[in-house]
Ligand binder design. Structure first.
Ligand SMILES: Nc1ncnc2c1ncn2[C@@H]1O[C@H](COP(=O)(O)OP(=O)(O)OP(=O)(O)O)[C@@H](O)[C@H]1O
Ligand SMILES: [Mg+2]
Length: 391
């Protein structure tokens, strides 16, 4: 399917050279799965303190957006994938042209890096997504009236680069003066996410729908719950929508499809991420095949794994730096959390903590949503990531 000239991949094992652009927690959790197959992962990341640093067979410190650095890192690899979408598409394309298997395809990363191109693609494919307009700068910020959601076309992540503007005065004071998407503010009932994998043979596998609960203060996911509290019909509709997105794109790899359910019961695609996603961390303990193993399977064009849940309910709680946390991280409350028999902790190995930085997560599984919810609340009270330089 891929237009590249690459030859068949070596079999799974130490002869296979797999590279990842990005060495944060997503790469780290993928390496944990790759080790089970004796696949030795090579990583490039701009930070010498990257979470993956000590777990790789080769670590290169380099700028992911620098085409030459990407090519130099990837030229001898069999397969190259990403754990972050902000990477040099030109570099990846050069590697693909020279026969390296690049998954996801460079063109898909180019599309996803630009929220404007993404919105246009949903329109072309008939995928429901909030009404929008593209603007070049602040002069046109009032084009759709107020309130409005303004999103930088490029470079945003973790909610930075997205803001709600309430009025013309608000826009004049805070509006981004850069190419942006203006988007109708959806009256959100729930934020949902569906992870889908698709391999080069065209096989696909969809995970159950996950519901994200946001912390409005920092616009980051507070915790998430699977299954989502939605009807079976909506569950089926959301899964089908995610499949429609991957097939319309002809995507290969692992794709997280973020959706809104509005108060009228309609589903809207918000955006997609071409990689493992925060909303799939619970699959490590919660599902037969985790999103990280599934990512490897999709990237290596192996049979896709079973996405079935292992428990009636699973939740994931992000451990983020306390508002005053600086210095070396101090994880408070882990011992007490582990008293609960159904709790698993994942600490990402970051050398420094900062306020609101994602430092780890905790998964809770259980016999039903209410009991898991109760455990999440208990954990939320006792867990805290402070730092050696905290006030
Ligand atoms: N059209 C919209 N209407 C209402 N709320 C929105 C809309 N678009 C975005 N939001 C809110 O802003 C959040 C971040 O938006 P978006 O996912 O586009 O940005 P992001 O920077 O890519 O964030 P992340 O990396 O966390 O996914 C959404 O999860 C949602 O809470
Ligand atoms: Mg998002």
């Amino acid at each position: 399917m891929n237009a590249s000239t690459s030859s068949p991949l070596p079999p799974v094992g130490p002869a296979l050279r797999l590279g990842v652009l990005g060495g944060g927690q997503l790469g780290r959790m993928m390496i944990q799965e790759a080790m089970n197959w004796d696949v030795r992962v090579e990583v490039m990341d701009p930070s010498r303190e990257a979470s993956c640093r000590h777990l790789t067979s080769r670590f290169v410190q380099g700028d992911l957006k620098d085409a030459e650095a990407v090519v130099a890192f990837g030229r001898d690899l069999d397969v190259l994938t990403v754990e972050i979408e902000h990477v040099s598409v030109a570099g990846l394309q050069a590697l693909a042209d020279s026969g390296v298997e690049v998954v996801p395809r460079p063109a898909h990363l180019g599309l996803i890096q630009d929220k404007g191109l993404q919105k246009q693609a949903y329109e072309r494919w008939g995928i429901p997504s909030a009404p929008y307009q593209l603007i070049e700068g602040i002069a046109d910020v009032g084009a759709m009236g107020f309130p409005i959601v303004q999103k930088l076309r490029k470079g945003g992540y973790d909610g930075k680069g997205v803001q709600v503007l309430k009025s013309a005065e608000d826009a004049a004071a805070r509006g981004f003066d850069a190419p942006c998407v203006l988007e109708h503010a959806v009256d959100i009932d729930k934020e949902l996410s569906v992870i889908v994998a698709r391999n080069a043979d065209g096989a696909s596998a969809v995970y159950p729908v996950v519901e994200s609960v946001f912390n409005p203060e920092v616009n980051l996911v507070d915790h998430l719950m699977a299954p989502a509290a939605i009807s079976e019909a909506l569950e089926a509709q959301a899964r089908q929508l995610a499949l429609d997105v991957v097939t319309s794109m002809d995507f290969v790899g692992l794709l997280a499809v973020e959706m809104f359910l509005d108060r009228e019961g309609e589903l809207w695609v918000n955006e997609v991420a071409p990689r493992t996603h925060n909303s799939g961390h619970h699959t490590i303990e919660g599902n037969v095949c985790s999103q990280f193993e599934q990512h490897l399977r999709a990237v290596l064009n192996l049979p896709l794994g079973d996405t079935s849940p292992l428990h009636p309910a699973s939740a994931m709680l992000n451990l983020i730096g306390a508002p005053d946390a600086h210095g070396t991280p101090v994880y408070e409350g882990i011992k007490e959390a582990l008293v609960l028999p159904n709790v698993h902790a994942h600490l990402y190995g970051k050398s420094t903590v900062k306020p609101h930085r994602k430092m780890g997560h905790v998964t809770v599984t259980g016999p039903d949503v209410p009991s898991v919810q109760r455990d999440v609340l208990k954990l939320r009270e006792g867990l805290r990531v402070s730092g050696t330089q905290s006030a």
